[in-house]
Structure formats: structure tokens, C-alpha cells
Design a protein around this ligand. Sequence first.
Ligand code: NAD
Length: 512
Amino acid sequence: SKNKMQAVLERLGIQAENSGTSTGSEWVTSTGDYFSSISPVDGEAIAAVQATDAAAYARVMERATAAFKEWRTVPAPQRGEVVRQIGDALRAHKEDLGTLVSYEMGKSYQEGLGEVQEMIDICDFAVGLSRQLYGLTMHSERPAHRMYEQYHPLGVVGIISAFNFPVAVWSWNTMLAWVCGDVCVWKPSEKAPLSALACQHIVAPIFARNGYPEGISCLIQGDYRVGEWLSQDKRIPLVSATGSTRMGKIVAATVAERLGRSLLELGGNNAIIISPEADMEIAIRGALFGAVGTAGQRCTTTRRLIVHSSVYEQVKERLVAAYGKLNIGNPLDEKHHVGPLIDKEAVSAYLKTIDAVQQEGGRVLIPARVLEGPGFESGCYVQPTIVEAENHYQKVQEETFAPILYLLRYETLEEAIEMQNAVPQGLSSAIMTLNMREAEQFLSAAGSDCGIANVNIGTSGAEIGGAFGGEKETGGGRESGSDAWKVYMRRQTNTINYSTALPLAQGIKFDI
Ligand code: NAD
């Protein structure tokens, strides 16, 4: 209800009109235009945010560069202690933040909660990591010499994020960057500015309470033009950008021009191979959640099902039946499985793709339509659909950010793996099989070419402990677990001579 949502916004510090620029507790004045965040759930304007202007950006960067000089000298476990407190604060705000994410972005309440849980998980991970930022030691070829490497803080990290994970992506980056000794400037999606404001309201008091300066957690708001300031700024050694491949190519080129580092998390075109030896219950459930969860708006959404011809008809029938039972509607109501697309532009992309794929020869199994009537006033609710298609179709090669699942048929596993790999993107992939030889072939060097390859699990729903990201047009970046932290630090090799001579490496003689 309206009153309940108003109370949530109040508890998260969101007003009708909000400054969009912050260095922590301080909100910076700007002359930028106000823009509204429109909920795809009911089409209502939730609140307005002021875009960052050039002067406000300059102020943020001044604070951030100054704060880095202090933050980099704080022992990493003490930085971890701040992140531990942030994890606690997120636990306390889990329901409110999950509700706002659901209302502003349109994913189900359960998935909104899940997104906040992912933030809590990465905090816990980062706290442990703060005592483990390990380098290696090596044996020197010279007598009485010691060699080792160490990792130092990198500097100001710029974060550009997408609308579909409006808060988790920020936390994957910031929590690691903060324990690594970096400071962060975040440019969230202009389609989810309020979720970002809420995060800033949650973390800023924690830095202040612990006596740390302004500038460690910074927020700037606006569209791609504000994002461009980050990619062009020589003071920012690392830009982490999540979003479309189109955006990633521009950001990568701009950052490379100044020889900066970019970490790219871009589009996916994820497939599940269903073998005749699959556990069909698991296969159908995995495919269903992968394809319609978050209304098909995950980077890891299942977009292609590559099904063995002997089970093709069975899979098709069972999926069509399951799609018939989907409840579409307000994502905050837990009886609904599928919520809205982010905006009307996304709806029109969905309709255009269905038209185009039919022109190419695709057969639509469930009529595509935009839902109308009470509860669907925003115009953003669409019917998830399945299309029988071929892998080489132009539309099948692209990522349409909507619940459209392409059914493809295969005869041999080699052929299935080839199809799985024959798209420009390389994020997530899966095989459903109980046959160990098939599974291992899929995971081998000659198997899936993706950053994520699963067995008997769908393509979406990664855990934070692993490195997350993909190859080819997905951008090559890795975030979150494993050793993804290394990109947020600079590596230094140190050689120390404790002998009474100065022997040169490679035995070079240089005597005078
Ligand atoms: P988008 O590319 O439209 O926008 C993403 C962000 O980039 C926004 O903050 C936007 O303002 C900014 N931006 C756009 N152009 C820019 C430019 N030239 N310079 C600097 N910043 C710029 O993407 P979206 O519609 O918000 O999100 C959906 C896309 O994100 C999908 O392709 C999805 O697969 C991808 N995604 C990938 C991952 C991953 O981890 N691989 C995760 C989530 C989303």
C-alpha cells in the first residue's frame, strides 16, 4: 500500500526531492536537472533526484582523492571492521531496502531480499579477505637477497552500474575495494537512483561514526554523460562498469585511451543444454526460473535452451504447460512469479524482437502480449514467451532484455556445445545431464567458452564466493569472490639485498 511504501522511503532517508551528489554524510549542491524515478510496478513517480553537475563532480573528486591518502594507510583489518559494521546495517535494513529495490526496479520481493542478502554475503567475504590480501615470496637468484610481492591500494575506483541489480553490483565492487584501501565513486543507473541513495544513507553514518573522512563512499547521479566523466578522468585508475555491451565498448575505449584499467561486466546470451540423460524435473525447473525470473532481466537469464531431439517435444510441452501457470503481476505480492519490465522502452524492444524473430522463421509458442487492465497500469507487464528458432538467427544472437526463451534442437553433444559457444557473448552456461562423461566434456577445455559453466543448475543465481563474469562481448571482467580482489590493488615486486656486495641479476659484470 501507499502508506507502507511511504514509511519505507522515510526510513531509508528518501524525500520527494533529493540531492544526487554525496561524499558520504555531506550532500553536495548542484545545478543539475531533477529527474524522477518511475516505478514499473504501478507507473507512479516515486521521488526525484538531482543530477550531478560538473562543479559537484569536481567537489566529489577533490574529497575522494584526499580521502584516499588517509584511507590507504588504515590497516586492512581495520578497514574490514568498517565493512563488518556495514554488513550489520544492511541486515537491519534488509526488508526496507529489498522492498525499495522491488518497487523501483520491478523484481519480486523475494529477489529484492535476495539482492540485499548478496550484499550482506559480500560484506562477510570482504571482512575475512581483509586479513588475507596475500602476495607471494620468491627465491632470489642472488645470495643474501630476498624477493617478495605485495599488493597496495590502487586509488579512486569509479563504479558504473546497471538498473537490474541496482544495489548488489555496487556492493560487489565497493566492499572489496574498501578493504583493499580504495575509495569509491558510484554512478548508479538513472533508472534506479533511489536504491542508490538508500545505500548511501546506510553506509555514510558508519564511516563518520568510525572517524573516517568524507570521500570514501561517494555518489554521483545522472545518465551516461555523468558516467563519461568517470571513464575520462585520469585520477581514476580503475573503472568498473556493468551494463550493455554497447556501453562497455565505449567505456573500455575511453579508459584505454588514457591507459586506465577497466573491469567490464556486460551482456550475456546464456544457454542450457538439456541432454536425454537429464533429470527432467531439475531441467524444467532450472530452465523456467532461469528464463522468467526477474522477467528475463538478469545478465545470466536463460535465453536459449539447446535440447536433444529425442526429448525436444517433451521439454517443449512441459515448458508450455508451466508457462501457462505463471502468475504475472505486482512483484511485491508474493503470489506473482513475474513482475514488470523496467520501462516502456523495454516493452517495445520485447515486441520488436518477437516480430523480427518471426520474420526470420521463428515460431512463437505462447503469444507475446502486453498485459492491460487493473494492476497493469504501468504498461510494463509482458507475457513471457517461448520461440522455436535457430541459433544463427540475428535475434537469437542478440541479448533482448525480456522474457523470451529460444528453443533450439541438437543431435550430438559436440553440436550442442558448438551452438552454445556460437554467440558473441560468453557469460553463463549450463548442462543438464546425469552422464558424467557429458558433464566433464562440457566443462573441459573443448567445452563451454563462458565465464560460468554449471552442471544440473540453471544459468542464473551465482553465489558470491566464486569469481563472477564472462568472456568475449561480456567483457572479460571478474568480480566478487575468488581472487577478484586483485584488480582493485596495485602489485609491487620488492627485492631486498642484505649482503655486503652488489651482485647483478643474470650474472652481469659491471666493474670499474
Ligand atoms: P546500460 O548499458 O544501458 O546502462 C548501464 C550503465 O551505464 C548506466 O548507469 C548508464 O548510465 C551507464 N552508461 C551508458 N552509456 C555510458 C557511457 N557512454 N559512458 C559511461 N556510462 C554509460 O545497461 P542497463 O540497461 O542498465 O542494464 C542491462 C544490461 O546490463 C544488460 O546488457 C545486462 O546483461 C547487463 N548486465 C551485466 C551484468 C554482468 O555482471 N555481466 C550484470 C547486470 C547487468
